[in-house]
Write a protein that binds this ligand. Structure first.
Ligand code: NAD
Length: 372
């Protein structure tokens, strides 16, 4: 494959991230096909045209189905609100396109299952936007656990906190509506935490959860208020298939936390932890040597970790979120080529969706529930 033609749907936060990744991936990796930025789509024509010109796309449209009809497009990025993912992804796969779709997959398990079935029928490559899995510090944590550096991992502590909805006076948006966003914090933030937990600890088998909306009404931009239709906060006790245990807490209303995705793995010989707000650092404690000189080691990311060297030859200089999206795209290209890949395709992503819906089910029933 010499060339991949791409079509991008949505030009907001994630749309720009995907566009930057398309612009950078060949410069970073060299051995990927030429990325031909064929067309992008957004609902407002002037805005779409401006984004296309700024981001190096040859043309723009306001109808995403135009992208599917274009035979020069091989890969579709879906960065629209969650409620559109199913229709767009299924249609793109049925049109013979590969799909890079933002998380969460969809509003409901039925929608996510339909996307997974369409992917299986098409045989095309799929990837979901689990960028934090590509963090070289996380990859190093995974490697250390796998080689037994902290012994048997028996306990996981994870939290994901942001404050983008912390102010109760912040206006209502699509993210708060069940028909457009589906679940709230669970779909927006908890999915990332689950993706990290699975990577470090293996599958989550069962859980019991408490899920709440704290700020139940929000002001409407045009005046009056609207009911918030999904969760602000979710907490759970989890049991991994390995028998290990853990806790997970998530909030979109946590004042002061900006990208507070933090994971700890406790093992029989040591412990490690990472915090996305300092995403180039891995903290490792090994219980050996004289007790008086034991302590955490702070390992700065560098060329020996994950794909760091592709982006930067110097340790400690650090990668950022947008660079993780470049790695994510390179992993999707591997999946499209049929090579081993860390991409979370739709079949893998379905397990993450099943876990957030298990949170919701458990919160409703007050019971432990299985995630499968
Ligand atoms: N991976 C991550 O870390 C991460 C971070 C933020 C958001 N997301 C996900 O990305 C998706 C988009 O979030 P965002 O923050 O970029 O939102 P956003 O509101 O910034 O952008 C959404 C874009 O989609 C466009 N859009 C809406 N309807 C459309 C249609 N019918 N056709 C074409 N374009 C349409 C909007 O005009 C807007 O440009 C969501 O699913 C969200 O959960 C992922």
């Amino acid at each position: 494959m010499e060339r991949i033609g791409v079509g991008l749907i949505g030009t907001g936060f994630m749309g720009k991230c995907h566009a930057m990744a398309y612009g950078a991936v060949r410069a970073v990796y060299g051995d990927v096909p030429v990325i031909d930025r064929v067309a992008l789509c957004d609902v407002e024509a002037g805005h779409a045209a401006k984004s296309a010109s700024a981001w190096g796309f040859a043309r723009s449209t306001t109808d995403w189905r135009d992208l599917l009809a274009d035979p020069s497009i091989d890969l579709i990025s879906i960065t629209s609100p969650n409620g559109l993912h199913r229709e767009m992804a299924v249609a793109a796969l049925e049109a013979g396109k590969h799909v890079w779709c933002e998380k969460p997959m969809a509003l409901t398990m039925a929608d996510a299952q339909a996307m997974t079935d369409a992917a299986a029928r098409s045989g095309k490559g799929t990837a979901l936007g689990y960028a934090y899995l590509q963090n070289p510090a996380l990859q190093e944590a995974r490697r250390l656990i796998a080689e037994g550096a902290i012994g048997t991992p028996f306990d996981f502590r994870g939290s994901v906190d942001e404050d983008y909805m912390a102010d109760p006076a912040l206006p209502w948006s699509w993210r708060l509506k069940a028909k457009e966003a589906g679940l709230g914090t669970l779909g927006d933030l908890t999915v990332h935490l689950i993706s990290l937990a699975r990577t470090l600890m293996g599958e989550i088998a069962s859980l019991t959860a408490m899920v709440d909306t704290v700020h139940v009404e929000r002001p409407l931009p045009q005046g009056g208020t609207a009911q918030v239709e999904n969760d602000d906060i979710a907490h759970a006790l989890v049991r991994f298939a390995s028998g290990a245990r853990g806790t997970m807490t998530s909030s979109r209303i946590a004042h002061g936390r900006k990208n507070g995705l933090r994971v700890e793995v406790h093992g029989s010989k040591g412990m490690l932890w990472l915090d996305n707000e300092r995403m180039n650092e891995l903290n490792l404690y090994i219980a050996e040597g004289p007790p008086e000189s034991r302590g955490f080691r702070r390992i700065l990311s560098g060329p020996l970790h994950g794909d760091y060297a592709r982006l930067c030859p110097a340790p400690g200089h650090g990668l950022g979120f947008n660079e993780l999206k470049v790695i994510e795209l390179a992993e999707l290209v591997k999946a499209i080529r049929g090579e081993p890949s860390r991409s979370i395709g739709f079949a893998e992503g379905l397990k993450i969706e099943a876990t957030i819906h298990a949170f919701a089910r458990s919160a409703e029933t007050g019971l432990w529930v299985k995630t499968g």
